[in-house]
Design a binder for this molecule. Sequence first.
Ligand code: 5RP
Length: 233
Amino acid sequence: MADVEELKRLAGIEACKFVKSGMKVGLGTGSTVKHTVIELGRRMAEEGLEIVGVPTSLATEKLATEVGIPLVVLSEINGLDIVIDGADEYDSKFQLIKGGGAALLREKIVAQESSAMVVVADDRKKVSTLGAFPLPIEVTPFSHEATVRTLSRLLDCRVNIRMAGDGPVITDNGNMIADAHTGPTISDPESTESDILLIAGVVQVGLFNNMCDAVVLAGSNGVETVINPNGRL
Ligand code: 5RP
């Protein structure tokens, strides 16, 4: 049986089939989609693929530059053809939890600007109810303790500021990440998203609802592409 790293590589590469010359491509963040970025760079160098990319994090910007993908900023273009990104969980309605890599704000902006979203994942990410993976919420540093308390009351669970060593994780946007330990209880992710976004100290929440059009899923039986019947692909 293939190991997880190999599954991620297979899914990441397979998703490149959705990318054609001339496309403007959102480049996600994480250890799965990094293989997509590397493969797109290879196809540009060796097969004449011509694309421009919009990265969803400083880490992806660095990788895309290294592999030779020309980058543009959102203000220079009128939307993207597609974004390919990872996910921490997805359910049977293709609703996602994202933000395990702390890039959820830029990821969500890029997804919102894209005509289609393809998720690359290994089969550990498929769940029946979202929430076993702690829900990432980007919060403004000003009053983050109060925001954490409010989130904890709203969601009725433990919420903690994500740490890196002695200090908090600081996102590419200068914010912090609060992780909400809801457990697998998020049965109505749309209302959970709306409720969280009403809190003033919240910048964005890692629930990506009604955005994902397909999942390229790698498991021990190989790689399969699951198309969202209610999606745009
Ligand atoms: C980053 C993300 C990632 O896409 C998500 O955490 C999945 O990452 P990986 O492919 O490394 O498991 O949302 O903010």
